[in-house]
Design a protein around this ligand. Structure first.
Ligand code: ADP
Ligand code: MG
Length: 252
């Protein structure tokens, strides 16, 4: 698709929930340090695809997966790689901010503890993660405050801080702004554009303007299949398929 290094890819990916064929022969690539938007109508399989990339379906006994997912040269479904390692390398941010019922500080500290980061290194990592997530100036004097008392936008940026603190290679975001007001949404978008200097980002969004503002490439899915993928500008302004044309112009 372009000359960037491919950080993450799916090849011939199929997924069934019981008898229901939800992902159909999906092959996609995610270039390193770029933002890729996943778009498509509700139920087309965006979240299901995203969850394949950090092995979230390991938890659902009725999910059956075929195909390959590669993180650079490593097969993410190789039995030799633990789920913990996959989750550290591929972080996830959800639609609804889900801070732990702990202080702002502890929300980040907790993941560091679980990943055996020595306690003397943690304060500096926490400060850096909050700075990278544009939160430091807002919260530096109230790190002991319960995270649940922050605004929705701050909570979402804290969840992003929690993810970046572990220095993942890829950050998956499933509609991270759909519960936020327009101002908080723009802050998170600015943050995403900054984060792509260091991380490869995949974002599911229903907001077509958002995809055009922040995504380098866009993938359009319909009924479990990839219909079209390409540079965001091409997908929105010169779509090749009628389905894509109809979806991006709102006639669906
Ligand atoms: P999207 O994120 O694009 O709205 P999803 O990936 O959530 O779509 O869902 C794709 C399809 O898979 C839908 O038909 C949904 O009902 C179905 N689905 C999602 N999760 C499960 C599950 N755990 N068990 C059975 N069906 C599921
Ligand atoms: Mg979804």
């Amino acid at each position: 698709m372009n000359e960037a290094i491919i950080k993450l890819s799916a090849q011939g990916l199929n997924l069934w929930f019981g008898n229901k064929h939800v992902l159909k022969n999906v092959s996609v690539t995610f270039p390193e340090k770029q933002v890729t938007a996943l778009i498509g109508p509700s139920g087309c399989g965006k979240s299901t695809l995203l969850r394949c990339f950090n092995r979230m379906h390991d938890l659902s006994p009725d999910a059956r997966i075929e195909g390959k997912i590669m993180l650079e040269n490593e097969d993410l479904y190789d039995k030799k790689i633990s789920v913990t390692e996959v989750r550290k390398r591929v972080g996830m941010v959800f639609q609804k901010a889900n801070p732990f019922p702990k202080s702002i500080y502890e929300n980040i500290n907790y993941g560091l503890k679980i990943n055996d980061i020595p306690s003397k290194e943690r304060p500096a990592i926490i400060e850096r993660a909050l700075k990278e997530s544009y939160l430091w100036e807002e919260v530096k004097d109230e790190l002991k405050k319960p995270a649940t008392r922050m605004s929705g936008g701050q909570q979402q940026r804290l969840c992003i801080a929690r993810t970046v603190a572990l220095r993942p290679e890829v950050i998956l975001m499933d509609e991270p702004c759909s519960a936020l007001d327009p101002i908080s949404t723009r802050k998170v978008e600015e943050l995403i554009v900054q984060l792509k200097k260091q991380y490869t980002i995949v974002i599911v969004t229903h907001n077509m303007q958002q995809a055009q503002r922040i995504a380098d490439q866009t993938i359009f899915m319909y009924l479990g299949e990839v219909v079209e993928e390409g540079r965001t500008d091409d997908i929105f302004n010169h779509p090749q398929k009628d389905l894509t044309k109809n979806y991006v112009s709102g006639h669906f």
